[in-house]
Design a protein around this ligand. Structure first.
Ligand code: AMP
Ligand code: ZN
Length: 135
């Protein structure tokens, strides 16, 4: 897609720090890392988000994530990682080319994800009923 920054990276029009590349997948360092080693993993073909991504591509991406993540963690001395995939503007997706974030986590790094809240009385049952009626 011509106005997509990740397509431009894949086409070599914008430089990046490549972590891994094959015919279908590119992994590169996020330019504004949450922690050092924060890596983005993308399909070379443009899809907007996870729901557009064919199963075969999704499974290839997961297999590459499983292959490279141990190296990313060992490389930066991380103890664990968050695997994040934002879908849609409301979720924080800024680049409209599906991408997984591998975010290395170190003990005491102080990063927080989000704050949850408890369901109100009867709310969980109501939500569940609505979701199940759509499946
Ligand atoms: P998201 O908010 O999930 O769409 O994440 C987009 C990510 O892309 C952000 O973490 C940005 O820092 C990252 N990003 C944007 N432009 C570049 C670039 N040219 N090279 C590497 N990472 C980028
Ligand atoms: Zn793209």
């Amino acid at each position: 897609m011509s106005d997509c920054i990740f397509c431009k990276i894949i086409a070599g029009e914008i430089s990046t720090y490549k972590v891994y590349e094959d015919d279908d997948v590119l992994a590169f360092l996020d330019v504004t890392p949450v922690n050092p080693g924060h890596t983005l993993v993308v399909p070379k073909k443009h899809y907007n988000n996870l729901l557009d991504l064919p199963e075969t591509e999704a499974s290839k991406l997961i297999s590459i994530i499983k292959k490279i993540t141990p190296a990313v963690l060992a490389g930066v001395g991380a103890d664990g990682f968050n695997l994040e995939l934002n879908n849609g503007v409301v979720s924080g997706q800024v680049v409209n080319h599906v991408h997984w974030h591998i975010v290395p986590r170190l003990a005491g790094d102080g990063r927080e994800l989000w704050h949850g809240r408890s369901y109100d009385e009867g709310e969980a049952e109501e939500v569940l009923k609505k979701i199940k009626s759509k499946i």
